[in-house]
Design a binder for this molecule. Structure first.
Ligand code: NI
Length: 393
């Protein structure tokens, strides 16, 4: 079966590169994935795959049944792009001003379409069903939640789910995997500091919200260095701060937003209280008030041990054990695939997309991001082989 998957993939690999370039040239932001959803739907239809559109927004779900009833597995790709200006000098650069596939979701989509085409041709050779989930709005951490709310996992008991994500730091031809925590949780904080306005020359009559904010920011940065376990990674970053109207007026209000990243679930639960305690103490000592809002946005991806093991075995069959790398550490980035792994045993692995021999790595989310397109066929083979192998288990 693996040989047939490899042969069928090699036959369409140029087409998959074309798919990726087509999507790359026409990127759409989170929540606006109309063209790519239509593109995906057309290809699934052409390959005789049962299809559901507009699942949780612009989500598309394909269902491929084998020759007989059996277990069900799912594969997921994300489809949205980022608000970044593409500055690459290639003929497939983005045609949309200020929008770019800088996170490789174009490649993820092309790969999953490849898997659907390949397994579509081989449907008489496996029992069970493969579900293809094309998810919108990953970058805004909304798509997975909306698709789940819209019932994408409901109708049938799915036994396992897998996904991949590009990793430019790893050369094309290699993959990275790990069991357990794969990505950090990402949460949002919003803080308002309330002071009292007045003339900047008479500070004694005021409560300076700008000064209090600076003290709050300073103190928040000591949570990670002094309140949390040094062996337990976490990040608190304030990303925006707005306040004040003129240089000679003391501001009565400052608004800040930020992000909190944690790997440990207990630490994540403790963060709101630790952060609020700092804000409460500092504002009280300065006669200021505050509002504080903590939003739990996206949990960590917890890679299931068995699913990760099966990915490792399948990847070894495709690229050889030397090219299957066990990642020593999780990443502080986050991915809403986590919400699928909360419901179903699942795992996400990293697909190497760096150009071999390239010493200057262009990171994800940068304005010159590109991939070594040989990785597309590799990702297709591994996911297709994983799906068929998992149905047999
Ligand atoms: Ni991404």
């Amino acid at each position: 079966m693996l040989k047939r998957i490899i042969k069928a993939t090699d036959e369409i690999k140029d087409r998959l590169i074309k798919f990726r370039r087509e999507v790359h040239q026409n990127p759409e932001l989170s929540g606006q994935e109309e063209k790519i959803a239509a593109f995906v739907a057309t290809i699934l239809e052409d390959n005789d795959i049962e299809l559901q559109k507009n699942v949780g927004g612009h989500g598309v779900v394909g269902r491929l049944k084998g020759f007989a009833e059996g277990p069900i597995v799912a594969l997921r790709a994300d489809m949205d792009a980022l608000p970044i200006e593409d500055t690459k000098k290639v003929d497939y650069a983005s045609k949309s001003k200020g929008i770019m596939h800088a996170c490789g979701h174009d490649a993820h989509t092309a790969i999953l379409l490849g898997v659907a085409i390949v397994l579509g041709k081989l449907r008489n050779e496996f029992k069970g069903e493969v579900i293809f989930i094309f998810q919108p709005a990953e970058e805004s951490i909304q798509g997975a939640e909306r698709m789940i709310k819209d019932g994408v996992l409901d109708s049938t008991p799915i036994s396992a789910i897998a996904a991949l994500h590009c990793l430019p730091e790893l050369e094309a031809g290699k993959i990275g995997h790990r069991a357990g925590i794969m990505t950090s949780a990402a949460d949002r904080i919003a803080i308002s500091i309330k002071g009292k306005s007045g003339h900047a020359s008479k500070p004694q009559q005021t409560v300076d919200a700008v000064l209090v904010s600076s003290m709050v920011i300073n103190a928040l940065h000591h949570i990670v260095s002094r309140r949390t376990d040094p062996l337990q990674p976490s990040v608190i970053s304030i990303g925006t701060i707005r306040g004040g109207t003129a240089e000679n007026i003391i501001a009565d209000k400052v608004k800040m937003t930020g992000t909190v990243r944690t790997l440990d679930a207990k630490l994540r639960q403790d963060m709101p209280r630790m952060i609020e305690n700092v804000i409460k103490g500092i504002t009280a000592s300065m006669n200021a008030g505050y509002d504080f809002d903590y939003t739990f946005e996206c949990p960590s991806i917890l890679n299931n041990k068995e699913v990760d093991g099966e990915i490792r075995r399948c990847a070894t069959d495709v690229v050889g054990s030397d090219n299957v790398i066990e990642l020593a550490e999780p990443m502080m980035g986050s991915e809403d695939f986590a919400l699928f792994t909360e419901k179903i045993p699942g795992a996400l692995f990293r697909l190497g997309t760096g150009k071999p021999g390239d010493h200057e790595i262009t990171p994800l989310h940068s304005n010159t991001f590109d991939i070594d397109e040989s990785a597309i066929a590799i990702g297709t083979k591994i996911l297709a082989w994983w799906a068929v192998s998992s149905l047999k288990r």
